[in-house]
Design a protein around this ligand. Structure first.
Ligand SMILES: CC(C)(COP(=O)(O)OP(=O)(O)OC[C@H]1O[C@@H](n2cnc3c(N)ncnc32)[C@H](O)[C@@H]1OP(=O)(O)O)[C@@H](O)C(=O)NCCC(=O)NCCS
Length: 260
């Protein structure tokens, strides 16, 4: 990798083999994944101090128009809530890896300890530019109908979500979901396409035994659909007028990826 991203040859302590394929920042010890095809983009855990950087992204219509979860306007208290939701589980995953340090085989995990996309500067500092996280899917109402096509059955939503949540770690039938956004000034450079490929191939498949990923994208979000299609996802359903987001009824396009 070019001068921008640190080499691990001078790491302070021997790396825990369970971290594979995460690398460690030699100055801070922070784990990271390299993003394929980019010399200066990495994915790390979220940091408490990231909030002031990502609040403006969440208040930009180029981002919030296409996501349903975060409130608008997005306030410091919302950012704090997001950090509280993300950081402790990421630390817990890293702790689980540390506890397994001496196990001869790589353990399988229920989560990915990194989500924060960062641009690394020549001096080693970095800038938070987006997020990509993988978690169990919440679209339990999407069921396979008798015709072999996916249909909506709201009466099955809760039961399906519960079953998906209860599956054992490493169960290949777990359905996962990816949530992502990028700072507007970095859109359209191929970054998210590569970040999703990185998360899937470097972590989700080998370390979580992920076999199925299902994502829902607002109709009209061409960029997001392209990102997933370019990563091998297939369009499986259009859910017309399915959700109300900030008072507006939105149609969802559902795309699915299966490990072939
Ligand atoms: C969706 C998003 C993550 C895409 O990230 P990105 O790094 O800009 O995407 P890429 O550069 O990898 O683009 C992949 C393809 O989509 C195209 N694309 C990207 N943004 C686009 C847009 N707004 N309109 C049309 N096409 C777009 C790219 O040109 C590229 O196509 P190509 O390979 O044919 O040239 C980013 O635009 C974003 O953060 N949007 C707001 C939040 C969001 O929509 N999150 C996803 C919710 S499901």
């Amino acid at each position: 990798m070019a001068s921008t991203v640190f080499s691990n040859s001078d790491a302070l302590q021997p790396k825990n083999p369970q971290l594979e394929p995460l690398e460690l920042n030699p100055s801070t010890g922070e784990p990271f994944l390299r993003v394929e095809g980019f010399d200066d983009i990495i994915i790390t855990p979220l940091r408490w101090e990231d909030a002031p950087t990502f609040i403006p992204y969440m208040n930009d219509p180029a981002v919030y128009s296409w996501v349903s979860g975060p409130p608008v306007p997005y306030l410091p208290s919302d950012a704090e809530q997001w950090c509280n939701r993300m950081i402790p589980p990421q630390k817990a995953t890293l702790f689980e890896l540390e506890k397994a340090r001496d196990q001869p085989a790589l353990i399988t995990l229920n989560a990915c300890p990194v989500n924060s996309i960062r641009k690394v500067n020549d001096d080693g500092t970095d800038l938070f530019i987006g997020s990509v996280d993988i978690h169990r899917v919440s679209l339990g109402e999407l069921v396979l109908g008798e015709s072999g096509e996916y249909v909506v059955d709201m009466s099955r939503k809760e039961e399906n979500q519960k079953r998906n949540e209860e599956r054992e770690v490493g169960d290949p039938d777990i359905v996962w979901e990816i949530g992502d956004y990028l700072a507007p000034s970095y859109h359209g450079r191929g970054i998210m396409t590569s970040c999703i490929k990185t998360i899937l191939t470097k972590w989700a498949v080998p370390r979580m035994n992920t076999r199925i990923v299902r994502v829902s994208v607002f109709s009209g979000n061409i960029g997001s659909q392209k990102v997933f299609l370019k990563n091998g996802f297939k369009h499986i359903a259009t859910l017309r007028d399915h959700v109300v987001v900030r008072g507006e009824t939105r149609t969802l396009e559902v795309l699915e990826w299966r490990l072939s």
